[in-house]
Write a protein that binds this ligand. Structure first.
Ligand code: F6R
Ligand code: MG
Ligand code: MG
Length: 373
């Protein structure tokens, strides 16, 4: 075995069980069978099949590095096999995230979301995988900032000498396809100017400055920018390495004790709270939401993921859930009005262009009013 392992999460929505709320067990069984075979065949060291709402996550360890064609093709073929089952069962939006008709080397830009990282396993390697539904890739910006740059969240930034130099954030501009590294803490204010706009600027990786070790990786893409039309929100995933010079497990999940506001929810067109939930509460039903996040804690050993722990199945997140429910009631009372509904810029990729076109001839020029000074 090489001294480095790769952790990959490749996820997709290939059909919802009932509407966009969950995944039918027959689709999950298809994923399970294929994952078990891939492990038996030696492609994977280990795997865990995760789910949140209508999204299935293939969480995989292997030795092939990031962007590996074999791993990505395996994931693509798995989603295609699940799509076949979804079509037979007439699941909703069967094959929704498979935007291309054929695989071409890498799932990036083809619909499924993907977060990966390569690292040398430490003497003990706790990793938390966060999976979300009904929200956008930038939804991780706020918790990542808190975990890796906010000393009020992560005491280790102050107390642990190996964290004291801070962390580098790799931020991607999803519109202009550019990336930049911000060194924290000294470039924090500049970074916030960008990551505070999560619809466009998204944190892709976080690295520890002490030794350059990768600490976090997210799936960044915007489905609607790939497809050129509305195809649902991206429902991103994220992986965080914890403890021993990284945020502790408790510091990594603490940002979710506040149900912060994200874009997504109904028709991907509304702001609402993100609610941390246990796995048995991960079906967004009310107004197709509110957006949800689940957390799977793994204690990786020689590449073996083992049984994950359900990190939000904990009463210390009850207040966050209550806060989310209260915020959901508050937002919903505003119906189709901004800012519950997203602003025009984001609606641009949805129904607005068609509506503008349809009503073009009905608009009349307003009479010019002379302003006399
Ligand atoms: C949001 C989402 C759902 C759907 C909504 C309408 O990401 O997937 O909220 O947008 O249920 O779905 P359609 O247009 O398929 O009827
Ligand atoms: Mg769906
Ligand atoms: Mg989804």
């Amino acid at each position: 075995m090489s001294d480095k392992i790769t952790l990959s999460i490749i996820k997709a929505d290939v059909g919802g069980w009932v509407g966009h709320g969950s995944v039918h067990r027959d689709l999950l069984a298809t994923a399970d069978e294929r994952l078990a075979k891939a492990k038996k065949d030696g492609l994977l060291i280990d795997y865990y099949r995760g789910r949140v709402g209508d999204d299935t996550s293939l969480i995989m360890t292997h030795e092939k590095g990031v962007d590996d064609e074999g791993i990505h093709k395996f994931a693509w073929d798995t989603f295609e096999a699940m799509t076949e089952v979804a079509k037979k069962l007439k699941q909703y939006g069967a094959g929704q995230d498979l935007l291309s008709s054929a695989f071409s080397g890498n799932v990036r830009g083809m619909g499924p979301g993907c977060a990966e990282m390569v690292f040398k396993e430490r003497p003990s390697e706790p990793v938390i995988c966060f999976l979300s539904d009904k929200t956008e890739p930038g939804a991780w910006n706020l918790p990542l900032f808190k975990m890796f740059a906010d000393p009020f969240t992560t005491a280790g930034l102050v107390i642990d000498p190996s964290m004291h130099d801070g962390f580098d954030f790799e931020v991607h501009d999803l519109m202009e396809h550019k990336k930049i590294i911000f060194h924290n803490p000294e470039e924090m204010y500049s970074m916030l100017a960008f990551i505070g706009a999560p619809g466009r600027f998204v944190i892709k990786y976080v690295y520890r400055r002490d030794d350059g070790e990768v600490a976090a990786s997210t799936s960044t893409q915007r489905l609607n920018l790939i497809a050129g039309k509305y195809v649902g929100k991206d429902d991103p995933v994220m992986m965080i390495r914890c403890q021993s010079g990284m945020p502790s497990v408790g510091e990594a999940i603490d940002p979710f004790a506040h149900a912060y506001m994200v874009a997504g929810w109904m028709r991907g067109s509304h702001h609402g709270p993100i609610m941390p939930v246990a796995w048995d509460q991960d079906t967004p039903n009310r107004f197709d939401g509110p957006p949800r996040v689940v957390a799977l804690g793994f204690q990786i050993a020689n590449g073996i993921l083992g049984d994950p722990r359900d990190m939000f199945d904990d009463l210390s997140f009850d207040n966050a859930r209550k806060e989310a429910l209260m915020a959901a009631d508050y937002f919903r009372k505003q119906g189709p009005f901004e800012p519950h509904r997203l602003g025009l810029e984001d609606m641009e990729y949805t129904t607005m262009p068609k509506l503008m076109e349809k009503l073009k001839s009905k608009w009349e020029a307003e009479e010019k009013v002379e302003v006399k000074v």
